[in-house]
Design a protein around this ligand. Structure first.
Ligand code: SAM
Length: 328
């Protein structure tokens, strides 16, 4: 028992959930409801959802087996109300079908990596410790690692990845520096890669930047290795059909491209008439399927930022379903 309590404590200490009160308010879990947490992580948000009423059930997914095991342990006090699956969240329908659920009253995504993943040097997500260039959230998936991207991909693909996903204006210089460095010897570790990127940065930029020059490159590689935009796109394509009227969807993102995808999808669902502007009366009959809970994304306040700097880039958007899809 003592050991189990310790493990709950460990999971809670390994990752602090962002926007905890705001997430709960947006999801508004109801007694007797069924909820999907597509990014279980260390189970912080899930634990709060399950605590909201004694008969709530939750289906929790994570593609990282280590995180899933810790979350499972943390959530054992909720007994059979919790159902954990090792799965990508884009594949959520398969887990819901396994449970025999045809709808969920609410769904939550808190996208990205957990503090635990960042802190474990051997996972290769961060240059704060030295580790192998891995970066796969699911180490059993067989997808190419960051090592492959750094040592095997062409200059053009590296540059595109660092420019698009890292949004780094120095993408060309960085990609060139990587290609030159690997011609001498493969780049094996996170520290080696960070040093190559740092050297590629113009000294003036290095001096004025608040963050380490390699931050954006690491983010880009992590996103491409785990196909993070593809995951989100596939999820957004299908989740609405799984919510009943009154069901809610809450998504927390940490990257501008992801936030834009979520914003555009939610606005499209909330749209009424889609007739061209020059037509005076609506002939399409299209009705909104959702209402936006907030016009602007919710962001962390000073109190939260003081204890959790990771929350600095978090943006929460949420909708409530108000009608089934019209066929118009
Ligand atoms: C920011 S953490 C979530 C933290 C969690 N909300 C909590 O309170 O502890 C993100 C988690 O989502 C997982 N993840 C990211 N992308 C995923 C995907 N496409 N499918 C399933 N899990 C994913 C990561 O492995 C990580 O454990």
């Amino acid at each position: 028992m003592r050991d189990m309590q310790n493990r709950h404590l460990e999971a809670a200490e390994l990752h602090r959930p962002v926007l905890p009160a705001e997430t709960l308010e947006a999801l508004a879990p109801q007694a007797g409801g069924r909820y999907l947490d597509g990014t279980l992580g260390l189970g912080g948000h899930a634990s709060a959802v399950l605590s909201a009423a004694p008969d709530i059930e939750l289906c929790g997914l994570d593609r990282d087996r280590q995180a899933l095991e810790l979350a499972r342990q943390r959530l054992t006090p909720f007994g059979e109300r919790v159902h954990c699956f090792h799965s990508r969240y884009s594949n959520f329908a398969e887990s819901l079908r396994t449970l025999g659920w045809s709808r969920v009253n609410g769904a939550l995504l808190d996208i990205g990596v957990s503090s635990m993943q960042l802190d474990m040097a051997e996972r290769g997500f961060s240059f704060c410790g030295d580790g192998p260039l891995d970066m796969r959230m699911d180490q059993y998936s067989g997808v190419p690692t960051a090592w492959h991207w750094v040592n095997r991909e062409s200059f053009a693909r590296l540059k595109e990845c660092i420019a698009d996903l890292g949004e780094d204006p120095q993408a060309g210089r960085i990609a060139r520096a990587i290609v030159e460095a690997r011609q001498k010897a493969p780049i094996e570790t996170t520290a080696e890669l960070a040093a190559v990127v740092e050297r590629a940065y113009p000294p003036a930029w290095r001096a004025k930047g608040r963050r380490h020059p390699a931050t954006r490159t690491f983010q880009a590689l992590r996103m491409v290795v785990n196909d993070e935009l593809g995951e989100l796109r596939r999820f957004l394509d299908s989740i609405l059909g799984w919510l009943p009227v009154g069901g809610r969807l809450v998504i927390i993102t940490f990257h501008s491209l992801e936030d834009r995808m979520v914003k555009q999808a939610m606005r499209r669902w909330a749209e009424g008439c889609r007739c061209p502007r020059h037509i005076p009366v609506c002939v399409c009959g299209h009705q909104p399927e959702v209402r936006l809970l907030y016009k602007k994304p919710i962001q962390a306040g000073q109190l939260e930022l003081a204890v959790n700097s990771r929350a600095g880039s978090a943006k929460l958007r949420a909708i409530e379903k108000i009608a089934e899809a019209s066929n118009a």
